[in-house]
Every structure is written in structure tokens, then in C-alpha cells.
Design a protein around this ligand. Sequence first.
Ligand SMILES: [Zn+2]
Length: 262
Amino acid sequence: MPEGDTIWLAAKRMHDALAGRVLVQTDFRVPQLATTDLTGQTVTEVVSRGKHLLTRTDAGLTVHSHFRMDGTWHLYRVGSHWSGGPAWQVRAVLANAEWQAVGYRLPVLEVIRTDAEDDVVGHLGPDLLGPDWDAEEALRRIAADPARPLGLALLDQRNLAGVGNVYANELSFLARVPPWRPVGEVPRLEKVVDTAHRLLTLNRLRTGHVTTGDTRADRRNWVYGRARQPCRRCGTRIQTSSLGTPPQDRVVYWCPACQPEQ
Ligand SMILES: [Zn+2]
């Protein structure tokens, strides 16, 4: 599952390539969109809402896509080689005279009316990278279920939109609590929310979800993906387990010294 900053950057790149330009070819390779053709429409903007990508046209339509586990959009100059995967994984093509946006493996792909976008993104909590980010509302939603583990509350897009599993683990480390600590027992919960906003904002123009301040490939995170390696703060071995009930369970990483049980 991608992080919100990944989707924000994808939207920005798509916006730069498509917005203000007429679509000269569209191709939807999913049965329910087999007859949909947006050729001749102008893309007005591409925006992210949490982990949802919304590509809007001047006909009042929105191409709604969600990446889930490994969906993605690639941009190619017209005439260049497509390299995002085998052809059968292509779900959509949106092309103007210069650029082709190719959607691979998108598990959610639909064309809806722009004025009905709330049907697909209206349930989301405040968007960490949205123009209307509201820290108080996000905090209110998280705190409304004080028994919920912090790691799962942060991942719930109805609380705040944009946190994936990398940030959920890293934010728990930075708060010095294990990811299963009930939110009602997390000191200074408002600081966790502010840190989430700060980290996604800092990282939105680059890849890597840097939480340590060090952008080198093997130094970017405190605990995520670092099972059995020494904690960067204290040297204790990082531990890993899972949190939540299948199939919604998520892998967690923590330092037992920096994030004590109590
Ligand atoms: Zn430690």
C-alpha cells in the first residue's frame, strides 16, 4: 500500500503532463469502461485525495483510480518505449499530443461525474497533503476511539488520509510508543498528527519517505523494514510482528528499548 506522499507526487507529475491539454487518445482496458472514450476533452487538473487519484476533464468527468498494493501510472513521451510491466497489466491510457499516461495494475479504475467525487472520497478524513488539511479534526477523529492501537488508527483513512504502513511504524517510533499502544494512552497525540503532516509535506517532492532526515537509501527510516538490525538511536535489535486481525493485519517494526511496553 503506497503512502500519501507517493500519490501526491504522482498527481503532480500527471498534472504537469496532462493539464490544459486535449486528450487525443484514451483507452480503458477494463470491461465496464470498454466503450468509454474521453478523446477531445481537455484535462483540467489532476489531484490526489489521500491515496486516491482524480483526473478531471472539462466535460465534468473524473477518472478515479486507486493504487492499492502495486497499481501505478507511468508517463511516457509519445513514441517512447513503455516499461511499466507487460501489456496485459495496462488498465488505461490517457494521451495528449506530447505525453501518454499509462495506468498499470490499477485495482480501482472508474469514470465518474466530477460533482459526484464525494461518493468515492467523501468518507476520507482530513487530507495530510490537501489544501484544506485540518489537524484538529484529524486529532478529534483519532481520539474518538481511545482503545484503538496507534498504528491502526493512523492507517485508517477515515481518521486522516495519507498515512501508509511506513509512516505508521515510523510515527510510532518517533512518539516512543509501540504501534499497539491505545491512542488514549499516547502522550501528546497532537504532536503525532503534526509530525505526520510535517513528514509527508517534507517528502512529497521526493521518493523514499525519509523520517530520519538522512536521504541515503539505507538510512531513511528508523525501524520500518529493519528487523533484527540495530536501532539507530540505541543499538537494540529492531523487532517485527503483525498488528490487527487478518486480512487487515499489518507488519509492525519497533525498538523494544525506545518504545517500551509502558
Ligand atoms: Zn532504540
